[in-house]
Design a protein. Sequence first.
Length: 280
Amino acid sequence: MPELPEVETILRGLRIGIASAPSLIGQQVYGTSLFWSKTLAFPDLDLFKGFMRGRYILDLSRRGKYLVLKLDQDFLIFHLRMSGDINVQLSLGEPRDSLPNSPHDRLYLHFNSGWGLVFNDTRKFGRAWLTPDPESVYGNLGPEPLDRGLNHSTFYQMLQAQSRQLKPLLLDQSFLAGLGNIYTDEALFDARLHPLRQSNSLNRQEAATLLDSIQKMLNLGITNNGASIDWVYRGGDFQNHFQVYQQTGHPCPYCGHPIEKIKVGQRGTHICPVCQRLKA
DNA sequence: CCTGAAACCTGTCTGC
DNA sequence: TGCAGACAGGTTTCAG
C-alpha cells in the first residue's frame, strides 16, 4: 500500500497512538525479534540487538516513503516497499528469532511498557536500517513534493533537465520523493498529460499544472488517510476517489471515454486516451 | 543518458 | 476442480 500518503498516515498514527495503543514516542526498547534476516538491511543482527537494547524512541518523521525513528542514539529507518506495515501491539512475548505471533511478522521491538512495534510484511521486500547517518540510507532522494520550496519554476527546470518519459521519471525517487503507481496515474490524469510524454517537451504551463496535480492528489490522499486496497487495509478512503487507477473500462469522469490500461516502464498504467493525448 | 527486463517475494485472481 | 500464468502499492541491478 505505501506511497507517500500511506506512509504519512502510518506515521501520524504511530505518533499519536491508535486503537488504544500508545504513542511510539517515549517508548524504551528492551529487546528485539527478527524473523526474516533480510528485513534487517544494516547492520548485522548481533550489532543490531546489542545496540537497540535500552534505546528510547525520541521522535518520528518521514522522508519520501521512508519512516524514520529518531532514537536517543542513531536512527532506525523503515521502508515498507510493497506490502510492509507497522503497528503497535501488546504482549508480543519474549524476544526470539523464530515463531512470530502472526504469519508475516518480520521484526519486533519489545518495549518496557509491555507494548511492542510490529513490522509485518507479506512479500518480504521491506527493509530496516539502524544508522547514525540517515543520509547514507536515503541521501539520493529528490525533493519532497509537498515542500514549499518546490515551486513551478523549479519543477519546470527539473523536467527540462531530463529527457525521459513522464511516468517513469515521476516514479524515480531520486527525481521526486514519494510518488508511487497510484498517485502518479492520478496526477497525470488530473494534469491531462500522457505518461509517455517526454519530460522536456512540457511547457511552463504544463509543468505548473503537473506539480499542482501532484500536490493536489497527495494532499487528497493524506486527507483520506491513504488508499486501502486488497488484503492490505488500514482504514484509508482514497480508493473511493480514484479517477483512473483500477478504473479500466469505466467511463472517464470528464469525457466518458472508457479508461484504458497500458504498460509503461513495466508498470500497469491507467489513462483516458482522449483527455491525455500523446501528440500535441 | 535512457529504456526495458529481471530479480527479490507471497498471495490472489483469471482462464483454460 | 485444478493448475499454470499473470499480476500486485517498490526498488535495484544489469544489458543494450
